[in-house]
Design a protein around this ligand. Sequence first.
Ligand SMILES: Cc1cc2nc3c(=O)[nH]c(=O)nc-3n(C[C@H](O)[C@H](O)[C@H](O)COP(=O)(O)OP(=O)(O)OC[C@H]3O[C@@H](n4cnc5c(N)ncnc54)[C@H](O)[C@@H]3O)c2cc1C
Length: 254
Amino acid sequence: MIDILIIGGGIVGMATALELQSREPKAKILVLEKEAGPATHQSGHNSGVIHAGVYYTPGSLKAKFCREGVQATQSFCAEHAIPMENCGKLIIATNEAEVTRMQALGDRARQNDIVIEDVDQVGLRQMEPNINGLAALYSPTTGITNYQQVTRVMSELFVARGGAIHYGEQVISGCETASHVSVKTNASMFDVGRVFSCAGLHSDKLIRAFSQTPGYQVVPFRGEYFRILNQSENLVKHLIYPVPDPKDPSSVCI
Ligand SMILES: Cc1cc2nc3c(=O)[nH]c(=O)nc-3n(C[C@H](O)[C@H](O)[C@H](O)COP(=O)(O)OP(=O)(O)OC[C@H]3O[C@@H](n4cnc5c(N)ncnc54)[C@H](O)[C@@H]3O)c2cc1C
């Protein structure tokens, strides 16, 4: 019998698989991923930013995990020769209201023990000649990497250490009994000890597939990426972010 079944081969599924494998080396662990390979959803289509954790409420788990996660991500990338760039990030205020909000954000970052520097208009011009703004916050520890590659390396490590991954196998439904969990897929049935659902934006559907009611609904919205043609690659040197607007949740950029 499989001891642990993990649904989803994105970065969360693979990180969960690796962690459980190191905590329970004798457990038989299986990852089911409905796509043909790892990280074909969010984990392979994100902005690649290793966030320093500027925005999170001081003392919150998000703030703590983000701080720890930066270190863990950088060490993992270094250990496995995954390219990383420590480009730093500028959060730029373009009017007085944003300057006030930006200062509050700087205070919050400092309470979180995150290195953050105030940049005035002249300094901003020197750092980024093509950007107009009144002032900025500079986060030198924000960087970028390739999370598709990170997830692929994680999946290779997991398999090399004895784990199994079935690609192209979709979980259709499941039900829990006192002794085990029965899981039906498009290809077979499994009786397993424990199930970890790491289904990303399908997580609410998965909860329903296990005859439970999620207390939330994932609402997808379409985003667009633009590539600037015929412009210098060096138009900007840092990651450029706006000051988040509390009235506009989408301005808290990911
Ligand atoms: C546009 C965008 C930009 C982002 N930028 C950043 C960034 O710069 N930095 C950062 O840290 N984070 C960023 N994020 C967030 C980050 O990408 C996600 O938090 C992370 O990838 C979530 O990983 P996951 O494994 O939970 O989800 P996913 O990568 O979506 O993986 C879930 C997996 O579950 C599988 N699955 C679902 N249902 C089933 C089923 N029934 N059976 C089998 N398999 C199933 C899916 O096929 C999928 O592969 C961004 C997100 C988005 C959308």
